[in-house]
Design a protein around this ligand. Structure first.
Ligand code: TYD
Ligand code: MG
Length: 452
């Protein structure tokens, strides 16, 4: 075997360097370089089988029949995947530890197995008994699921090639190790090599591969970002640990739309789909409280309603405190500056805490107007009618800009029994006003007139 060469990898972004550095030029993190030995691939191309046939093919001759989608039986999951699992694709599921990645994938495997699909679940983290206990919690399933507790890639590869399952789940990629890579499991080169192996398996054998990836404190999949480039679909599982519900979000999808979300609730018997997320997120909303506004925005192809809360109170310090939970902190600062300048409210010696109730993390510009309304409502201590929905983007000169797919948002508001909707004036065109009062506004002064 060719002699290995020592190189240094940044453990947070995968940046490669010939010598050690204090700060990574790629991601600007400090002290992340670790020495790893890489061995050049010997005859890799021949072994992989990719490109066996050297003749180019006419696109028109390629049939798209092959990529029929396999339904998981969990509608919310199918939706996030873009309508089901594309065979031969590779899906990365990332998320904090304990969020429910293993539970979701085991549930999916059990459902598929009971429909007579050949599914193999490979765990490098739990023993067979532990998985059995979990499976028992999830309910009774007919059908047989194949299990393997293994971390050695050569063994796994051999098993997959021998039994040819339709779908394989790898839980998790950080535990997998390839014996000819000298660094520890979970390191950049191990993760990258293992992903490469699974990708070849997926593309040459047509096996669908689901990979579980742990997430670091900063919220990216541990190991390299390269992982995200290699796979077809990247899903993130997020949510507050103590809240019951979980959100599965697609951030990259070669076979469907991104930013699609699926909402689940973690219960005694595993994850259950939440069919009406808006209703679910608005449950427990305070009545007649100032600083509470309902916003509507698009998440993928579906409108979602959330409650935006703001608490504005006089500061006891020299510098006012501002916090933002569930949305971008800098955006809150910017919106407060716009309010201060355009509406003449002095907010500089007022603390402001902005929160998206329920632990959702959102960054759609459509949220701006609701945040502004919540801040004003709390500052003036005037509650806003609880049957009002607010959405729109706010520009630096205090103008209210249009958002995309306003019709769906209005429809959703109507469905949930809201009676008034404050939205950008440009969005009013062509909207159905039946059953709901639509108020189009052009700037923040217009919003003030509506709120006070
Ligand atoms: P798990 O799927 O092991 O998380 P991950 O693989 O992402 O690390 O999720 C485990 C958590 O979910 C654990 O805190 C227990 C909880 N849980 C339930 O509340 N109900 C259930 O039916 C199951 C199986 C787990
Ligand atoms: Mg797990």
């Amino acid at each position: 075997m060719a002699k290995g060469k020592a190189v240094f990898f940044c453990q947070s972004c995968g940046f490669e360097s010939a010598k050690w550095m204090g700060q990574c030029p790629g991601c600007r993190e400090w002290n992340t370089f670790v020495e790893e030995v890489v061995t050049p691939m010997s005859g890799g191309r021949k072994k992989t089988g990719i490109g066996k046939k050297e003749e180019p093919t006419l696109l028109s001759k390629v049939s798209s029949e092959d990529s029929v989608r396999m339904r998981t039986g969990i509608d919310e999951f199918d939706r996030v995947l873009g309508g089901g699992i594309v065979s031969g694709s590779m899906v990365l599921v990332g998320g904090d530890p304990g969020i429910g990645k293993s539970t979701l994938l085991l549930q999916m495997c059990l459902l598929l197995a009971s429909e007579n699909h050949k599914v193999l679940y490979i765990s490098g983290e739990e023993s067979l008994q532990q998985i059995k206990i979990r499976a028992d919690r999830l309910g009774n399933f007919s059908g047989d699921l194949l299990m393997l507790c293994e971390t050695d890639l050569e063994v796994i590869q051999e098993v997959i090639e021998r039994i040819r399952p339709e779908l394989v789940v790898i839980d998790s990629i950080q535990t997998m190790c390839k014996s000819d890579v000298s660094s520890a499991p979970g390191s950049v080169s191990q993760v990258r090599e293992s992903t490469g192996v699974f990708m070849r398996i997926a593309k040459t054998l047509g096996v669908t591969v689901f990979i579980v990836g742990h997430v670091t404190k900063e919220g990216v999949v541990a190991g390299p970002r390269v992982l995200e480039h290699m796979v077809d679909t990247v899903l993130y599982f997020e949510g507050e640990r103590h809240a019951a519900y979980r959100i599965l979000r697609s951030v990259k999808n070669r076979f469907g739309s991104t930013n699609e979300i699926g909402v689940f609730e973690m219960g005694q018997t595993g994850l259950k789909e939440v069919l009406n997320p808006s209703q679910y997120l608005l449950d427990g909303r305070p009545k007649g409280a100032s600083g509470s506004i309902v916003a509507c925005l698009m998440e993928g192809t579906r409108p979602v309603m959330v409650e935006v809360q703001a608490l504005v109170c006089r500061t006891n310090f020299n510098m006012a405190r501002r916090t933002a939970a569930g949305m971008d902190y800098n955006r809150v600062n910017l919106l407060m500056a716009v309010i201060e300048k355009r509406l003449g409210m002095t907010l500089s010696n007022w603390d402001a805490y902005v929160n998206i109730a329920g632990g959702m993390k959102l960054n759609a510009p459509a949220l701006d107007l609701a945040v502004v309304a919540a801040i004003i409502s709390s500052y003036k201590d005037i509650p806003v009618d609880e049957k009002t929905v607010v959405f729109g983007e706010v520009g630096l000169s205090g103008e209210v800009r249009g958002v995309s797919m306003a019709a769906q948002c209005v429809q959703e508001a109507k469905k949930l029994g809201f009676s008034r909707c404050i939205l950008p004036k440009v969005n009013l065109k062509g909207l159905d006003t039946k059953g709901i009062e639509l108020v189009g506004i052009e700037d923040l002064q217009g919003l003030m007139r509506q709120l006070l």
